[in-house]
Design a protein around this ligand. Structure first.
Ligand SMILES: NC(=O)c1ccc[n+]([C@@H]2O[C@H](COP(=O)([O-])OP(=O)(O)OC[C@H]3O[C@@H](n4cnc5c(N)ncnc54)[C@H](O)[C@@H]3O)[C@@H](O)[C@H]2O)c1
Length: 349
């Protein structure tokens, strides 16, 4: 078992280990004490893991309610947010009560947002069940729902009181969902940690507890420096600006992780073309992404990508900031004029 402390505006532990779900009540009790609990989950995860979670909680005397959404990104919407808030209010949840997000990033983002605004903020616990949620979305306090105009356009910063990751739950993930999480795992190594990159080349699934702990340590360091995403935290956008454009152009047929993998290859090639990253590192990055089952070739042209990327919420006037690798383990933000972006992206394709 591994424990990582996150020193955000409110500090909390991320606990990673095998079989933790059956002892959920112990960890909840230690983190938040006795409270009424609302588990938020999706239908897939509900069928697999709610029973174990509820059994542990009820055996310890917790009163437990459960709110289940349909699986998939389409559920991360304002209608479900409002239904969830009404659900809490009807059941008289108070400011001392607690929500539990049991699932992937969709459940975590929706539950976290509801916890952040219900009664102006109640506590919540993240129990991530996807690799992506374990290494990224469950840690750091970003919550959101999607609006018609785009993904994650409404949300609040609201830190969980605990993150409990039972790596056994990852055994039931579809390979493509596991691979999506690998894109974020590899991202941390490219941003921060050349040695970790080497370890990842030895296998991610085989060493998943250590891998998650490494990623969470990196995320915790970045969140401690820049909880509200005003500087250093932007490094976590490696591959994401172009990745978001790829996701949108595919009408979300290309998954987030696959799009980030392709976006990462594109920005790495841009870095090579600028002379700030060497070709060996670019080849190693592409081959590691490929080896975990992620795509690395972009099906779209530079003008198509630009059209969407320049509408990104992270655009600042006439420029856009791309995160570029100086090499594996070291990245930098690079402001690029929108007028020059097409030329750069062409070099990355
Ligand atoms: N808040 C943040 O900082 C942050 C960071 C990155 C991504 N995100 C968000 O996270 C979301 C993506 O998260 P995700 O990739 O976890 O997707 P997801 O929550 O949709 O889960 C993917 C699929 O896996 C299923 N699933 C979950 N756990 C399972 C398990 N243990 N076994 C079998 N199936 C399981 C789900 O039902 C779903 O069908 C996006 O909405 C993205 O915007 C948020």
């Amino acid at each position: 078992m591994k424990k990582v402390r996150v020193n955000a505006s409110s500090a909390y532990d991320v606990i990673i280990g095998k079989g933790l779900l059956s002892s959920l009540a112990e960890y909840v009790l230690e983190a938040v004490g006795k409270a009424k609990l609302c588990i938020v989950t999706d239908d897939n995860v509900d069928a697999l893991y709610s029973a174990a979670a509820v059994k542990s909680l009820k055996a310890a005397g917790f009163e437990v309610e459960k709110f289940v959404i349909a699986h998939g990104e389409a559920s991360k919407n304002t209608a479900n947010l409002i239904s969830l808030l009404e659900f809490l209010a009807e059941r008289r949840f108070t400011r001392s009560d607690v929500m539990i997000a049991l699932g992937g990033g969709v459940v975590g983002d929706l539950c976290g947002f509801a916890a952040g605004v219900y009664l102006r903020g109640i506590r919540f616990i993240q129990v991530p069940t996807t690799l992506l949620a374990a290494v990224d979305s469950s840690v750091g306090g970003k919550t959101a729902v999607d609006l018609a105009a785009g993904k994650n356009l409404a949300g609040v910063f609201h830190q969980p009181s605990l993150v409990l990751c039972d790596i056994k739950t990852l055994d039931t993930l579809e390979d493509s969902v596991f691979a999506d999480g690998c894109a974020e795992v590899i991202k941390y190594a490219i941003i921060n940690d050349r040695e970790m990159f080497g370890r990842l080349q030895g296998g991610i699934r085989e060493n998943v507890e250590d891998v998650i702990a490494d990623c969470v340590k990196h995320k915790a360091d970045i969140v401690a420096l820049d909880e509200f995403d005003r500087g250093t935290r932007q490094l976590l956008n490696l591959g994401h600006t172009v990745g978001h454009a790829i996701e949108a152009l595919s009408n979300f047929d290309i998954s987030h992780g696959s799009a980030v993998a392709i976006g990462t290859v594109i920005v790495t090639k841009i870095a090579v073309s600028m002379g700030i990253c060497n070709t060996e590192d670019q080849v190693a990055i592409t081959s590691l992404l490929h080896s975990v089952g992620l795509p690395t070739d972009c099906p779209y042209s530079a003008p198509e990508l630009i059209r969407i990327a320049t509408a990104d919420k992270k655009r600042e006037g006439d420029s856009i900031t791309l995160i570029l690798p100086n090499g594996i383990g070291n990245c930098r933000p690079q402001k690029i004029a929108v007028s020059e972006l097409e030329g750069y992206i062409s070099k990355g394709l």
